[in-house]
Ligand binder design. Structure first.
Ligand SMILES: [Fe+2]
Ligand SMILES: [Fe+2]
Length: 164
């Protein structure tokens, strides 16, 4: 199990909120962020598993797959900033997975949270990009951020499909 740095909440959503208080992300922050993105992949997979509508499920699974892509961009940022290589832990070694739900109900409340959370995620990435002097790293943050807004749009589409 990877140990979280001091001060980090064990819940992935709370840890992300904590990361948002950082202006520029350091290597330790980036390791945490990479593990939160892996948690995001798992969260979407758990949510999608309970959705019977094939098209809606596919949209949620696509979001999940892209969260893993975000984790890989964060690993690249660690390398570009001169950090020691960091490998993504599997689920059993990811500390955030300890609090992962077994099921996620695909209800209106959850969709509203995800819709807003993804938009907030974009804003966070753009703010980190603005504070990052390494242009290549900043661009990786911007790419992740733009995709978080697309995730929000897919969540809205999936909710519409399920409500129809
Ligand atoms: Fe992400
Ligand atoms: Fe996302």
């Amino acid at each position: 199990m990877v140990t979280l740095p001091d001060g980090y909440p064990a819940d992935a959503f709370e840890a992300f909120a904590f990361l948002k208080t950082r202006t520029r992300l350091d290597i330790e922050d980036l390791k945490v962020l990479a593990m939160i993105e892996c948690y995001g992949e798992a969260f979407y997979q758990i949510l999608a598993a309970g959705v019977g509508h094939a098209e809606a499920r596919a949209l949620l699974e696509r979001n999940g797959a892209e969260e893993r892509g975000h984790a890989h961009r964060v690993l690249k940022a660690i390398r570009l900033l001169g950090g020691e290589p960091f490998e993504l832990p599997n689920a059993a070694d990811n500390p955030f997975m300890a609090l992962a739900p077994a099921e996620v109900p695909a209800d209106a409340e959850l969709f509203a949270l995800l819709e807003q959370g993804e938009l907030d995620g974009d804003l966070a990435y753009q703010a980190w990009a603005d504070a990052e002097p390494n242009a290549e790293v900043a661009e990786l943050y911007r790419l992740n951020g733009r995709e978080e807004t697309r995730h929000s749009e897919r969540v809205v589409t999936a909710r519409g499909l399920l409500a129809a």
